[in-house]
Ligand binder design. Structure first.
Ligand code: G3P
Ligand code: MG
Length: 299
C-alpha cells in the first residue's frame, strides 16, 4: 500500500502546515485542529545542528519563535535553525507569535479566539519522529516536505535522515515525501522505492515534464497554483500522475481545480466536503487498487 491507496475520495484536502489560518503553523495545536477537516496534513522538515529532523518551515527561527529573546541565555548568536541543537530548539515557544501576528486575521475576525489559544501556549517544536507517532495514532496520512538543506552540513544526508525516522515509525505507507530540491527525491526513491514522492515546483515547469516525472519515479506533481492550468492537469492525469496544487484558499478555485482533475489541494483553511465528513477515510476496495497498478489515479 502507498500513501494514495489510503483514500477512497477523489478530491483530497491537504491541511497546509496544519490548520494554519487558525493555529500556529506546524504545531500539535495546528495538526489537532485539522483533524476531521482534511484527508492529510502537510508538514515542513528542517534539520537541527545535531542531525534531528524537526517540523518547522523557515530556515531561520525569527518569524515563528521567541528565539531572538532567549538566544543570549544560551550564548547562541545565529537565528538559523541548523545551528541549534534539538535540546535548545525544544526550549523555544513556537506558538505565541501567532497571538501577536494574527497572520490570517482570524483572531480579528473572531474565527478563532485568544481564549481558546492562550491555554495552548507555549507550543514546542516537534521532532519528525514525534509528529509521525501522533499521526499514526490518529491514522492521518502525512505529506513530508523536506526543506532545502544546501547551506547546512546535512545536505547530503537530509533524505536518509528523514527516511530513517519514517522507517523507525513504521510509517512508509502513511507518507508522501515532497521537496523543491529534486535531488532529495531521487535519493529517497533510490533508498526507499516503496515510498511515494511528489515533485514541488513554484515557477517554471521542467521541460518535458512527463518524462521528468517518470525519471524521478514520482507519484504526483505539486505545482504552485499560479502555474497550474486545466491543460497541465489533464496532461498529467492522462499520463497517470496525481496533481496536488498549493496553496489554494479560495473555495471556487478549489472547485475549479478539482473539476479540471486535480487530485488534491493544499489549503490554510482545511474543510472537508459534507460527503467526506460523514464517513472515515477508507482504504479503497481491491478492484481500485488493481487499477492503480497501471495508473496511480484512475481517470
Ligand atoms: O508543499 C506545498 C507547500 O507547502 C510548499 O511551499 O513554502 O508553504 O512550504 P511552502
Ligand atoms: Mg510546505
Amino acid at each position: 500500500m502507498t500513501f494514495f491507496d489510503r483514500f477512497s475520495d477523489v478530491h483530497l484536502i491537504g491541511a497546509h502546515r496544519g490548520f494554519r489560518a487558525c493555529r500556529p503553523e506546524n504545531t500539535i495545536s495546528a495538526f489537532t485542529a485539522s483533524l476531521g477537516r482534511c484527508h492529510f496534513i502537510e508538514i515542513d522538515v528542517q534539520i537541527s545542528r545535531d542531525g534531528i529532523p524537526v517540523v518547522f518551515h523557515d530556515s531561520t527561527l525569527k518569524r515563528t519563535s521567541n528565539a531572538a529573546l532567549i538566544a543570549d541565555r544560551f550564548g547562541i548568536k545565529s537565528m538559523r535553525l541548523s545551528t541549534w541543537d534539538l535540546s535548545r530548539l525544544k526550549e523555544l515557544d513556537i506558538g505565541s507569535w501567532f497571538l501577536a501576528a494574527d497572520p490570517f486575521g482570524t483572531l480579528a475576525a473572531g474565527t478563532t479566539s485568544v481564549a481558546d489559544l492562550e491555554p495552548q501556549m507555549p507550543q514546542r517544536i516537534l521532532t519528525l519522529a514525534e509528529l509521525l507517532e501522533w499521526a499514526m495514532r490518529h491514522m492521518l496520512p502525512v505529506n513530508i516536505e523536506i526543506k532545502d538543506q544546501r547551506h547546512t552540513r546535512f545536505d547530503q544526508h537530509a533524505a536518509s535522515l528523514v527516511l530513517d525516522v519514517i522507517h523507525r515509525a513504521g510509517a512508509a505507507s502513511m507518507v508522501l515525501i515532497s521537496s523543491f530540491n529534486h535531488d532529495y527525491l531521487l535519493q529517497c526513491k533510490a533508498m526507499a522505492p516503496q515510498i511515494s514522492i511528489g515533485v514541488l515546483q513554484n515557477e517554471q515547469h521542467p521541460p518535458e515534464l512527463v518524462q521528468y516525472l517518470l525519471a524521478l519515479g514520482a507519484a504526483a506533481y505539486h505545482p504552485a497554483d499560479a502555474i497550474t492550468t486545466r491543460e497541465l492537469i489533464r496532461t498529467l492525469r492522462a499520463a497517470g500522475f496525481g496533481i496536488n496544487v498549493y496553496t489554494v484558499n479560495d473555495k471556487k478555485r478549489q472547485r475549479d481545480l478539482f473539476n479540471f482533475g486535480a487530485t488534491a489541494v493544499f489549503t490554510d483553511f482545511p474543510e472537508l466536503p459534507a460527503s467526506a465528513r460523514r464517513r472515515p477515510i477508507q482504504i479503497p476496495p481491491p478492484s481500485l487498487k488493481r487499477r492503480r497498478r497501471f495508473f496511480h489515479f484512475p481517470l
